[in-house]
Ligand binder design. Structure first.
Ligand code: PGA
Length: 254
């Protein structure tokens, strides 16, 4: 009942030419798959060209970040209304933004509201550090991140969001969480917190992805877990392997 969604977070990779060439290579294969939503999130400068290359396809485009204001003196930032012509999605609160660019829960909350106001679907990232994981703090920390991210949002607004559970220790490390652990945290902690906030019906409607060293080899295991509705993919989304991941997801969940 929840349509699976696989999003590729390219991070700071691929020049404009490389981005367009890659999209042209994979778009036909992705277009064949109707049972999984696929999304590509290139760097800002490639968004218009990628959006053009994907015009009239079912493949979505997302930004990797966004400011919450519509305009102003925010050097280096992009506003929601600037992104909206090219994107349907925007990744918000990625752990790299939180760690390296000092993003706070409050800022993520403002960005979610701004994205929804411009009809962009937020992909809201949450996840614990290795220290927190080892100290047994995962549930409390991730639940707190979800509560802070969704503060002041209605159930209808929350239902329009996607959440990505990405344990920080699994991102880019090749050390992925087991499907059982990821599924348990997604089900009990992330969806459980959404149920506390909004009730079971809304919690069951929200799509929740796993992220962190997901690849063509392990995606099938994640997708077999009923609580995991897709993946936010970094490194593997830069390669043709990304197509295999979406095909595998369709085979398991489609
Ligand atoms: P990774 O990145 O797949 O390279 O671990 C995931 C992410 O940061 O979204």
């Amino acid at each position: 009942m929840r349509k699976p969604i696989i999003a590729g977070n390219w991070k700071m990779n691929k020049t404009l030419d490389e981005a367009v060439a890659f999209v042209r290579d994979i778009r036909h294969a992705l277009q064949q798959i109707s049972t999984v939503d696929s999304v590509l999130c290139p760097p800002f400068v490639a968004l218009p060209a990628v959006a053009e290359a994907l015009q009239a396809t079912r493949i979505g485009v997302g930004a990797q970040n966004m400011h919450y204001e519509a305009s102003g003196a925010y050097t280096g930032e992009c506003a929601p209304n600037m992104l909206a012509p090219f994107c349907q999605y925007v990744i918000l609160g990625h752990s790299e933004r939180r760690a390296t660019f000092c993003e706070t829960d409050e800022g993520v909350n403002k960005k979610i509201k701004a994205a929804l106001a411009h009809n962009l679907t937020p992909i809201v990232c949450v996840g614990e550090s290795l220290d927190q994981n080892e100290a047994g703090q995962t549930h409390d920390f991730v639940s707190g991140q979800v509560r802070a991210a969704f503060a002041g949002l209605s159930a209808a607004q929350a239902a329009r969001c996607i959440i990505a559970y990405e344990p920080i220790w699994a991102i880019g490390t090749g050390k992925s969480a087991s499907a059982a652990d990821a599924g348990r945290i997604i089900g009990l902690t992330v969806r459980g917190t959404m149920a506390d906030l909004y009730g079971e019906e809304t919690a069951q409607a929200v799509r929740i992805q796993y992220g962190g060293s997901a690849n063509a080899k392990n995606i099938g295991e994640y997708m077999q877990h009923p609580d995991i509705d897709g993946a936010l993919v970094g490194g593997a989304s830069l390669k043709p392997e990304f197509v295999e991941m979406i095909q595998s997801t369709a085979a398991v969940k489609g």
